[in-house]
Design a protein around this ligand. Structure first.
Ligand code: ADP
Ligand code: MG
Length: 631
């Protein structure tokens, strides 16, 4: 990725070059020409001022406002000390290197911003809406739900919606990291922020811009840096105590020993003053203060390129420690697209039973419901449908043409008291009963079957290979179905026939028995309570489900469960880099601090201990931005 320097950065670069040139000329000249000390001072102060006037100015202003213990203050005091002891070139060099470090840091931050901004590129600028037969271009927030928009090839799809005319392939890479285009045809859903590639499509919008996927994702990414990691908070607090402590230590180092060793000797004073300056320069905590947040920022940005949205640095820490992953079945490990295998009616005809079921389900967003509606094919007259109540984990109760129906699993049948029976076929069985005066009458059942996602087996394998010990599936579905899926995938455990509340208590049980952190992975449909309860809630298939984006901590943009292991890997890599930087920076500084106090380290080593460490830490932190499979 190419990065262009900003105006401010260019100016800084030029100042650095000029100061280095002047410093070199001065040093060479003074090597050959003898001048009085004051002339030497003046000559060296020119590059010093060019390099550091803004640092001095800010340090001064802060000093007046009583905020002394920042890095600029450290630089001012240290260089002033060096000048006082006659170390003019050293003073200039400290200032120069400090500025080089600052420039470096600003470029690094700019680069990682840019990688996030690339994601921000998904924001559409305009929408072409059809009003009164004319195409007009408006801002996406002016389009209402249910309006018709037209998207030409090469344009971004501005709002979520359904295709009502035309077909095209759509590039969803900005959201999912998956570069292969996806074909979309009549009545397919399309997601805002994706790119229309080949055909002209007419879309009926299903959400406003504010509610659309693109806005939710942007909001999520923009807020990610607010949720700080524990290490980040620790570093901030640490710096607040550390800097004044070092200043005091330096002061003591500069003043106390000479009082005992020779109060009247300038040479002794000078010696200890230099040691104090070395102490001050090396102690600057900027390597940590800069590199730790930069690592997290980079990690979150890098993950987003793979379609993994992590809502904050804090969740990186949690992800890295996960040893239990709990899955929801439908829509997470399985496709959630059920095919109707058979219809077994009682008292009514097959067509009638499917008709009733489809009417009952026509308002539900549950995968089961949508499959039944899809299987029905014919038109559903929604005016015939009265009150509909969803009974989470069981099914729906609906009034159709004045009659009350129950449509759901065995538990729902128990609830309404119908004389039901199970089916001999394997699969998810949806039973239907009608309320009559004397009690509920059983009308039969529909056998539906889901398929395991192609990616699920791979996902379980890679989770095992990154050391996740417990892989548990929770489902509201029948035991036989659950057993089948769990066995095929090689999960370590499963629990079936659970209501949403049971899922929460199961997760609580697993939380109690586990050592590491627990992640719950769900599709976001009626999983919100569990997603919140887990240490880390991971939602699948954000492409469409609002609940997923809102209640989860990590959102996987495509429906691939293998991204769970990828997120853990990214988090671990980020945490490793963070700790590498912390240990490296503190270690090098501790050594140079001791050497400085003993008078072994000079100003040059101190500069390395400050700026050198900063630059190395920044370069290391920038590795977080790289995508996993590109390494
Ligand atoms: P999962 O844990 O597999 O995601 P849910 O808790 O969402 O499943 O649902 C559990 C069971 O409840 C489903 O397998 C189904 O039998 C029944 N069910 C839930 N919602 C509906 C619905 N809208 N229509 C019919 N059955 C439903
Ligand atoms: Mg579910």
């Amino acid at each position: 990725m190419k990065y262009k320097l900003t105006k401010k950065q260019k100016k800084m670069r030029n100042r650095i070059i000029i100061a280095i040139a002047l410093l070199a000329v001065t040093a060479v000249t003074l090597h050959f020409v003898e001048v009085p000390w004051w002339a030497e001072l003046v000559l060296y102060m020119i590059p010093y001022a060019i390099a550091g006037y803004d640092v001095l100015k800010t340090a001064f202003i802060n000093l007046i406002h009583g905020q002394i213990f920042d890095e600029k203050f450290l630089m001012m005091v240290a260089t002033a000390g060096a000048i006082a002891t006659g170390e003019y070139p050293e003073a200039t060099f400290v200032m120069l290197f400090y500025q080089i470090g600052e420039l470096f840091q600003s470029i690094a931050v700019g680069r990682s911003r840019k990688s996030i901004a690339k994601l921000m590129d998904i924001r559409p600028d305009s929408a072409t809406v059809i009003r009164d037969g004319a195409e007009i271009e408006v801002s996406p927030d002016e389009v209402e739900v249910g309006e018709m928009i037209i998207v030409k090839p090469g344009e971004k799809i501005p709002l979520d919606g359904v295709i009502i005319e035309g077909e095209s392939s759509v590039n969803q890479a900005a959201l999912t990291g998956e570069s292969a285009p996806v074909d979309k045809a009549l009545s397919d859903n399309v997601i805002s922020g994706t790119l229309n590639l080949t055909g002209v499509i007419k879309i009926r919008t299903t959400s406003t811009f504010g509610q659309s996927t693109v806005s939710k994702i942007l909001e999520l990414v923009e807020n990610a840096s607010d949720k700080k990691a524990k290490v980040e908070n620790f570093i901030t607090k640490f710096a607040r105590f550390y800097t004044p402590a070092v200043v005091i230590a330096a002061l003591l180092l500069g003043v106390v020993p000479p009082l005992f060793l020779g109060i009247g000797s300038w040479d002794i004073w000078k010696e200890w003053l230099i040691r104090a300056c070395v102490f001050l320069v090396v102690s600057c905590p900027c390597a940590l203060v800069v590199s730790v947040p930069l690592s997290f920022f980079g990690g979150i940005g890098g993950a987003s390129k793979d379609g993994i949205l992590i809502k904050g640095a804090g969740y990186m820490e949690v992800l890295a420690k996960i040893d239990t992953v709990v899955f929801d079945k439908t829509g997470t490990l399985t496709k959630g697209v059920f095919a109707v295998d058979d219809v077994h009616p009682n008292l009514v005809s097959k067509a009638e039973l499917l008709d009733i079921a489809a009417c009952c389900e026509s308002f539900s967003s549950h995968p089961v419901a949508q499959s039944i509606v899809r299987a029905h094919e014919g038109h559903i007259d929604k005016s015939l449908i009265g009150e509909v109540t969803e009974i989470a984990g069981k099914g729906v109760k609906a009034v159709v043409e004045g009659k009350t129906y129950y449509c759901g699993n065995g538990q729902l049948m128990e609830m309404c008291g119908a004389d039901w029976h199970d089916c001999h076929l394997t699969g998810t069985i949806i039973h239907i009963a009608r309320e009559e005066v004397g009690g509920c009458e059983y009308l039969g059942h529909i056998v539906i079957n889901d398929q395991i996602k192609e990616d699920s087996e791979e996902a379980i394998k890679s989770l095992k290979s990154v050391g996740v010990k417990r892989l548990v599936m929770l489902t509201g579905d029948k035991k036989s179905v659950a057993e089948n899926v769990a066995g095929k995938l090689g999960l370590t455990g499963f629990f079936a026939e659970l209501l949403p509340a049971d899922k929460v208590s199961k997760v609580e049980e697993l939380l109690k028995n586990g050592k590491g952190k627990l992640a719950f992975v769900g599709d976001g449909i009626n999983d919100a309570p569990v997603l919140m309860r887990a240490d880390c809630g991971i939602a699948m298939g954000a492409m469409g489900s609002d609940a997923a984006i809102e209640s989860a901590d990590v959102v996987l943009m495509d429906d691939k469960p293998s991204k769970i292991a990828d997120s853990i890997k990214i988090a671990r890599k980020t945490m490793r880099i963070v700790w590498e930087n912390i240990i490296f920076a503190l270690g090098v500084k501790a050594i140079i601090l001791v050497l400085g106090a003993l008078g072994i380290a000079n100003m040059w080593l101190a500069v390395f201990g400050d700026v050198g460490v900063l630059i190395i830490a920044i370069l290391n932190a920038m590795r977080c931005m790289r995508r996993l499979n590109r390494e």
